[in-house]
Design a protein around this ligand. Structure first.
Ligand code: 5AD
Ligand code: SF4
Length: 488
């Protein structure tokens, strides 16, 4: 393993090769250090973790927090009161990176007013050497720089920093981390839980940086996942959200191999009243067997997030998605035939290099045909190191913006029609907390992922309620609890 503890630039020759002492428990070493501080000051050190990006990062931050608690930290309410600030970063699009860098500047003044403050940037953005080097060169007040693969080494890196090393940069190459199951996880609340089932991605869609920053696909052992879910259900969690860049290829790296369908069936068989969600499914690996399984498993939500990215076969091929619009639509039709009331959501990239108005028109006709409940829409963002970054991209920003606006407008109408059709129906909602639309309102989601604001007793939070839908809004539906509160 190479950990760089360096001066001003990230250079190979600056590296000091640290072979970690396997017998050394760095979590305990940091905790001992923090206990000394507690004895001297009467105060537990405080940490603040800010998460940028996707649910995988949210899940990684739960591990960072789990490790921090184990090392004797408590969580700060905000960065101002913290002794340690970590930004867990996202690299998937340029604006995510800009948002991170836009927030890093604030660390400087915080550090000036608190000399003992330790700052760190970790996650996907730092796994890109050119970004790690940039942060290293331009943000001297960042003490720890480490990528996704160094997550489990965080206690060691922190211990070295506390021990006096000036800056710690862990640039371990992608794919080298073993699947670690010994990292503690600190979850927020006890209603919904993120459970990673696999890490990394082998698909290399030509626009995507994820395979570079998260490495090759690795699946967690079936029995480990089952034990984790059983534990969560026993603790009262009501929604288990299985996570992976491509959950459909779960189990391919295991010996003996296991399919995602098998995983769903085994989780579905765990006793208790809870829901199962999963994300993300790649259409090329979404089989009829999987759709049949979703239909058969009563705990699996009737919602499939199935990113299509584009409706044009030419663009899908340039994206290396390995399906056609026709194949995608036939999957949707098969699922609609098998899973009554199934909802689809999707991701779409507008303005991929070479996309013409004619290609874009095919995307529009696909979304009119599928009628998604909702869409995550993105303007293509060039990512260094990807194949698409080398492709000709003649469309102007204005062209792309115009297409993007058209897409969001059309989807707004489709979503509105779907929400309107829910008025007068009764749906089962998992109440997640207070609503946004006023006093006494609660918010939750249906199986299909529709947000529901409803009048109901606060005691319903964390429980399933039947809600009669009276109104459709732009982003949600509203109604009133008619039954509910049973703990099931
Ligand atoms: N530009 C725009 N959108 C992207 N996504 C991934 N990479 C890029 C990129 N370079 C989108 C895809 C993916 C979602 C998580 O982010 O739609 O499904
Ligand atoms: Fe990126 Fe494609 Fe892998 Fe999804 S499947 S993470 S879009 S490379």
């Amino acid at each position: 393993m190479i950990i760089y503890a360096v001066g001003t630039t990230v250079k190979k020759e600056d590296a000091i090769n640290i072979i970690p002492n396997k017998g050394e428990n760095f979590t305990r070493l940091v905790r001992d250090y923090n206990e000394d501080i507690f004895e001297k000051t009467g105060r537990q050190p405080l940490a603040f973790v800010r998460t940028f990006g996707c649910q995988q990062n949210v899940s990684d931050s739960e591990k960072l927090k789990g490790m921090l608690f184990a090392m004797g930290y408590a969580m700060a309410q905000g960065p101002e009161t913290a002794d340690l600030i970590l930004f867990n970063t996202c690299a998937v699009r340029e604006n995510a990176e800009e948002r991170v860098l836009g927030n890093v500047g604030a660390l400087k003044s915080l550090k000036e007013s608190n000399r003992g403050l330790i700052t760190g940037l970790c996650g996907c953005m730092m796994q890109q050497p050119h970004i790690a080097a940039k942060v290293h060169a331009h943000y001297p007040y960042v003490d720890l720089i480490f990528g996704t693969h160094a997550l489990g080494r965080f206690p060691e890196l922190l211990w070295r920093r506390l021990g006096g090393d000036k800056r710690i940069v862990d640039l371990e190459e992608a794919c080298s981390d073993p699947l670690r199951e010994d990292i503690p996880v600190s979850r927020e609340g006890n209603i919904g839980a993120w459970v990673p089932v696999m890490y990394g991605c082998d698909n290399f869609c030509t626009y995507c940086v994820v395979p570079f920053v998260r490495g090759r696909e690795r699946s967690r052992e079936l029995c480990v996942i089952l034990d984790e879910v059983k534990g969560l259900v026993e603790k009262g969690f009501k929604e288990i959200h299985l996570l992976g860049q491509n959950v459909n290829s779960y189990g391919r790296t295991l010996e003996p191999g296991v399919s995602f369908s098998e995983l769903l069936r085994r989780i579905n068989a765990i006793p208790g009243d809870f829901r199962i969600r999963f994300m993300t499914s790649h259409p090329k690996d979404c089989t009829h067997e999987l759709i049949d399984t979703i239909a058969e498993c009563e705990k699996v939500c009737r919602h499939i997030h199935l990113p299509v990215q584009s409706g044009s076969d030419r663009i899908l091929s340039a994206m290396n998605r390995r399906y056609t619009a026709e194949k995608y639509l036939s999957l949707i039709d098969y699922a609609r035939g098998k899973i009554k009331g199934v909802a689809f959501t999707s991701d779409i990239i507008v303005g991929f290099p070479g996309e013409t108005d004619a290609d874009f028109a095919e995307t529009l006709s696909l979304i009119e045909r599928v009628r998604y409940h909702s869409l995550y829409t993105f303007i293509y963002s060039k990512r260094e190191g990807t194949k698409a970054a080398l492709m000709e991209d003649p469309a102007t920003r204005e062209d792309k913006r115009r297409r993007f606006d058209m897409l969001t407008q059309i989807q707004r109408r489709i979503g509105q029609d779907i929400y309107d059709s829910l008025v007068g129906t009764t749906c089962r909602v998992l109440a997640e907390g207070p609503g946004k639309t006023g006093q006494g309102m609660l918010a939750g989601r249906t199986e299909q992922g529709v947000i529901v604001e409803f009048e109901g007793d606060e005691a319903l939070v964390g429980r399933f309620a039947e809600v009669s839908v009276t109104k459709a809004m732009l982003w949600a539906v509203a109604g009133k609890a008619v039954t509910g509160g049973s703990l099931f």
